[in-house]
Design a protein around this ligand. Structure first.
Ligand SMILES: Cc1cc2nc3c(=O)[nH]c(=O)nc-3n(C[C@H](O)[C@H](O)[C@H](O)COP(=O)(O)OP(=O)(O)OC[C@H]3O[C@@H](n4cnc5c(N)ncnc54)[C@H](O)[C@@H]3O)c2cc1C
Length: 256
């Protein structure tokens, strides 16, 4: 079984993100890490190939520094990396990103494409389903656990009302939730070996995607602003009427 895992490098979620006021893009000059959500995806891919054979390929689109995230996934155990990095793709929206990733995935031998449900920086949460649409294969989303038997993938999905069990015939796109597994740490041997593993660096032209990218993207951020400060709350002292005043307040806000 061959698995492609889509991974994104994101600003360290432990330091507050900032938007560049001129480009309206996220500032990426600080510490960057492999998206913690995608570590679950890499682990899920590795567990599938450990059980069924085959290999994991990681695919990422992003700035040149994204190489570090690809190397981390290779150190965890992925066999091959693909990084699409081109200035013309800067500012790409989710659909453009999905087109680029789908074009790169098409060039791989794959049975399952794994993503996280949403990234930790952009968190539009639509790229996985768009990739499935572009590849014309099923999307199994929000998986909490997954198993494969023959050409059938079975996943348990968390929903508001409980757990749904979903089956799909391979090939599929599978988005996994945080906590689906315990991502492994790269070993020293894995870190040393990662540098020798194959790494593809296709450009948009290699993927027949000359006319996608930032300039032609359908979605544009026209302005950014800080969220309004939270207004000070009202402290109600109990002088015999506090309960009534709280009830009136909640009724006024239409909470009750
Ligand atoms: C030069 C350059 C600069 C960029 N700058 C930014 C930036 O400032 N801010 C920003 O958010 N994005 C940036 N990107 C990446 C791209 O624009 C976003 O990935 C895209 O908009 C997807 O949005 P999302 O993260 O909300 O997707 P979501 O739908 O929330 O992502 C869900 C899952 O899809 C997969 N996925 C999403 N994006 C990628 C990706 N790029 N590569 C591999 N897998 C992916 C991951 O598994 C992810 O967990 C840049 C790309 C390039 C080439």
């Amino acid at each position: 079984m061959n698995v492609v895992v889509c991974i994104k490098q994101v600003p360290d979620p432990n330091s507050p993100g900032q938007l560049d006021p001129s480009t309206h893009l996220l500032k990426r000059d600080g510490e960057l890490v492999l998206d913690p959500g995608d570590e679950f995806g890499v682990e899920a891919g590795l567990q599938l190939v450990e059980k069924h054979g085959g290999q994991v390929t990681v695919v990422s689109m992003g700035p040149e520094r994204g190489l570090d995230a690809v190397r981390k996934a290779l150190a965890m155990g992925a066999a091959k990396g693909v990084l699409i990095s081109d200035d013309s793709l800067r500012g790409s929206d989710a659909l453009t990103t999905a087109k680029v990733l789908a074009a790169a995935i098409r060039k791989q031998d794959f049975d399952v494409v794994i993503t996280a449900t949403e990234s930790t920086d952009g968190y539009t949460g639509v790229v996985p389903q768009m990739i499935a649409g572009l590849l014309d294969i099923p999307a199994v989303t929000f998986a909490k656990s997954v198993s494969v038997e023959g050409d059938k993938l079975t996943a348990q999905r968390q929903t508001e009302t409980g757990i749904e069990v979903v089956e799909a015939t391979l090939p599929v796109v599978l988005s996994v939730t945080a906590g689906v597994n315990e991502p492994r740490y790269p070993s020293l041997k894995g870190i040393m070996g990662a540098k020798q593993k194959p790494l593809d660096r296709p450009g948009p032209a290699d993927l027949n995607l000359e006319d996608v990218g930032g300039a032609s993207t359908g979605q544009r951020i026209t302005a950014i602003d800080s969220a309004p400060e939270r207004a000070a709350g009202e402290i109600i002292k109990d002088e015999g009427e506090a309960a009534k005043r709280i009830v009136d307040f909640l009724a006024d806000k239409k909470v009750i």
